[in-house]
Each structure stands twice: as structure tokens, then as C-alpha cells.
Design a protein around this ligand. Structure first.
Ligand code: NAI
Ligand code: NA
Length: 395
């Protein structure tokens, strides 16, 4: 079929297999051009199909020839109905990995469930024995607790009072004022249950018990801080409470892994366009200014640049350079004082009229469509493509 983008609000309902494949190919090429990393050898990636998880998987496989098991929750394409981008990304990743005889298998299902944990552990036992790295990169709006069956919904709200600021609709370029009502204790509890560290800890507990963690194994999860501008809706909002919990969980897990010499880390990553971040008010305006400034400074990065740098210059160098709270920082360039000062000044000037010039709305929009395999250079969108694509190593 011919597949075109169909957007509704901040989501795109369709995705393009060839565009997704090209995105994956570009990321692989990037890693190969940058060169080998003396990195991990056997890796489990939870949340492996898009964003930072996919980039971690590509960096592992093509940076240090690691065998990878990827867990994700995606929709395969069916006749006349395109699947989700993560499905097509994973199909492309496995195809390219298998072409180079790099082990890659995938499990599609709810990572929050006991069933998927058991299935993943069984696969590791059978095929790899143990893994030396576990990447935890889930981003989800909901979680069903595996034991109680309780369903939690995460929300993006300020805490303690409403938050007024401006935002942009990147489809139209219209800058407008918004006011977000605060969340209550229930909202905080829900968001922490979904995006905090509880499930990460359950994964590591189960893996340790099953003895599928290698001696000195590392596990890593991803966090975000961001500037004062977005604090009320991000770091000091409901999602920030979940990130506080995730970061605290790293210490809990490290304690539990002491006897096998293992360690848990959180890496604070840069703000990037993803399905999740497009839905957070205020963030798209911030990102469009951030992209503009970082591109001008020649320090802009996407997911793959971030993950390559994380592996090559932090995790596997011996100089992990933790901050005062024990976190790895690859948001260091985003948070540079000169970058943030420029953004703060531009923020005051940002209107529908000025943003076309002072912000990188085009870059935002391109990145957004790229997530779904659209507007990717080198892809012929007039060509018929097969929307039904198999993932060769799906278990
Ligand atoms: P993403 O939406 O691109 O990736 C999420 C992954 O989780 C996908 O592979 C998806 O299939 C999988 N997933 C979601 N629910 C699942 C479930 N129930 N079972 C199995 N798999 C499931 O997200 P992104 O942006 O890569 O985020 C990953 C982490 O990085 C998150 O913790 C996020 O907060 C963090 N982060 C994101 C930043 C951003 O600007 N996007 C910045 C810094 C950190
Ligand atoms: Na991810």
C-alpha cells in the first residue's frame, strides 16, 4: 500500500516501514562511522523499539557486537493497516543485525507483566546464559500492576498550584498561553507507579533470582531534568516525582547487586522529540528553541548520538563522571549555562510571528514525522510498500 501520515493532535496514526528502516540504517551507519566501543557483550533492552532504548540497542549491537534481547509493546502491520513504528524499527534492526551474524531476538508484550518477565528470563537462560547489561527504557502512560491487577495512569501536571506559560502547536506554529491545573496526591502516586522505579526493581529482582545477571552486571535507566522554565510541568511536577523515584531506585538496586559486583545507574538525557514529549505542554516550545540554539552551536544530538556518547564516553570508559546526586549526565550540553541563557532570552520573545525565525519549528516537525518513518531522506513515498513485515527473531 501507499502509506501517508495521518495525524490526530499530537499523535500520528500511521507509520512507514521503509522510512523506519532507513532511520535504523542511518543510526547503524552513525555508530559504525564513530567506531568500535569496548562495550557490553550480552544486553537486555526493555523498551527497545523506539527512542533511547532503540538507540541503546543499536549502539550495543553495532558498537560492540553485543547479542541483544529487546522487549517492547508494539503493533504489527496487518493487511491494509500499518503497524506501529517500533514494530518496523525492530524488524529493520534484526534484519541488519542478522545480516552481520549478530544475535538479536525480540519479545513483544507488556513488560510490566510477570508473564513477559518470565518469558524474557527463559529466553536469556536458553540462548545467552546471562547478560552483562540491562537497559530500562520504558515510556508508557499506563501500567497494570502484575500482582494486584491495579491499573495506574500517569499524568503530566504541576504540583501545588496551576502553571501558566506559553506553548506551541508545532503543526500550525501558533504560540498560545496555557494554564495547567495541578495534580493531587492520587495523580502523583499513579505517575510514580507507572514511570518510577518499581518495575525496574522487579525486573532486576527476578533476573537476579534466576541467575541471569552476569558478575559485575550493569543496569541503567533514563531520566530528565531540564531548565527552570519547564520545572513546574516536568521536574517539579508529577512526572518529576516519578523521576525522583526512579533515581532513588538506582541506589536500592545497586545495594541488592553488591554481592555480584553489579551496579545500577541513571543517565540524565537530553530533551528530544518523541511521542511522549510532544504531548507535554510547554515542552515543544522549549525543544524548538533548544534545537535552534544547539544546532547553531554545533552541539545538537539525537538519540543515537546521545547513546553512543553515553556508552563510549561514560559507561565503558572508567570515567563515568557522576553528578552530586550520583547520576550520569549526557544532558551536559543542553544544560550549559550559555545555551540556557540564550533560550531564556528567546523564550520571552517567542510569539507566533517570531518563532518561525527564532525557533527550529521545522526541525521539530521533521523529527516528529521521522519518528513514524515519514519525511525521511532517501525514501520514495510514492512507492507501494508491504505493510505486513516480519521480525525475524521474534519469540
Ligand atoms: P519511547 O516512547 O520512544 O520508547 C518507549 C519504549 O517503551 C518503546 O520501545 C515501547 O514499545 C516500550 N513500551 C512502552 N510500554 C511498554 C510496555 N507496557 N511493555 C513493553 N514495552 C513498552 O520513549 P523514550 O523517549 O525513548 O523514553 C525512554 C526513557 O527515556 C523514559 O524513561 C523517558 O522518560 C526517558 N527520557 C526521555 C527524554 C525525551 O526527551 N524523550 C529525555 C530524557 C529521558
Ligand atoms: Na526507548
Amino acid at each position: 500500500m501507499i502509506i501517508e501520515p495521518r495525524t490526530r493532535g499530537f499523535i500520528c496514526l500511521t507509520s512507514h516501514p521503509k522510512g523506519c528502516e532507513q532511520n535504523v540504517k542511518n543510526q547503524i551507519e552513525y555508530v559504525k562511522t564513530k567506531g568500535e566501543i569496548s562495550g557490553p557483550k550480552k544486553v537486555l533492552i526493555i523498551g527497545a523499539s523506539t527512542g533511547f532504548g532503540l538507540a541503546s540497542r543499536i549502539t550495543s549491537a553495532f558498537g560492540s557486537k553485543a547479542a541483544t534481547v529487546g522487549v517492547f509493546f508494539d503493533k504489527p502491520g496487518t493487511k491494509g493497516r500499518p503497524g506501529s513504528p517500533g514494530w518496523y524499527n525492530s524488524a529493520a534492526f534484526e534484519k541488519f543485525a542478522h545480516e552481520e551474524d549478530i544475535y538479536a531476538k525480540s519479545i513483544n508484550g507488556d513488560a510490566f507483566s510477570n508473564e513477559i518477565k518470565e518469558k524474557t528470563i527463559a529466553l536469556i537462560k536458553e540462548d545467552l546464559g546471562q547478560v552483562d547489561l540491562v537497559v530500562y527504557s520504558l515510556a508508557s502512560p499506563v501500567r497494570t500492576h502484575p500482582d494486584t491487577g491495579e491499573r495506574f495512569k500517569s499524568v503530566l501536571k504541576p504540583i501545588g498550584g496551576s502553571f501558566k506559560n506559553k506553548t506551541v502547536d508545532f503543526h500550525t506554529g501558533v504560540v498560545s498561553d496555557i494554564e495547567i491545573q495541578p495534580g493531587d496526591d492520587k495523580d502523583i502516586e499513579n505517575t510514580v507507579a507507572v514511570m518510577g522505579g518499581d518495575d525496574w526493581e522487579l525486573w532486576i529482582d527476578a533476573m537476579k533470582k534466576a541467575e541471569v545477571l552476569a558478575p559485575n552486571a550493569t543496569t541503567i535507566a533514563y531520566s530528565y531534568i531540564g531548565p527552570e522554565l519547564t520545572e513546574p510541568v516536568y521536574r517539579k511536577g508529577t512526572i518529576g516525582k516519578a523521576k525522583d523515584h526512579l533515581e532513588a531506585t538506582a541506589f536500592t538496586i545497586s545495594d541488592k547487586l553488591k554481592d555480584i559486583g553489579g551496579k545500577a545507574y541513571v543517565s540524565v538525557n537530553k530533551a528530544l522529540v518523541t511521542q511522549a514529549s510532544s504531548a507535554i505542554p510547554v515542552i515543544p516550545l522549549y525543544i524548538s528553541l533548544l534545537y535552534k540554539v544547539m544546532k547553531e552551536e554545533g552541539i545538537h544530538e539525537g538519540c543515537i548520538e546521545q547513546m553512543y556518547r553515553l556508552f563510549n564516553e561514560r559507561l565503558y570508559t572508567g570515567d563515568i563522571a557522576l553528578d552530586e546526586k550520583g547520576r550520569i549526565r549526557v544532558d551536559d550540553w543542553e544544560m550549559r549555562p550559555d545555551v540556557q541563557e540564550k533560550i531564556a532570552a528567546l523564550w520571552k520573545e517567542a510569539t507566533t510571528e517570531t518563532l518561525q525565525d527564532i525557533g527550529d519549528l521545522k526541525g521539530y516537525e521533521t523529527d516528529f514525522f521521522n519518528l513514524f518513518g515519514f519525511k525521511v531522506d532517501g525514501v520514495d513515498y510514492d512507492q507501494d510498500v508491504n505493510e505486513v513485515v516480519e521480525i525475524s527473531g521474534i519469540v
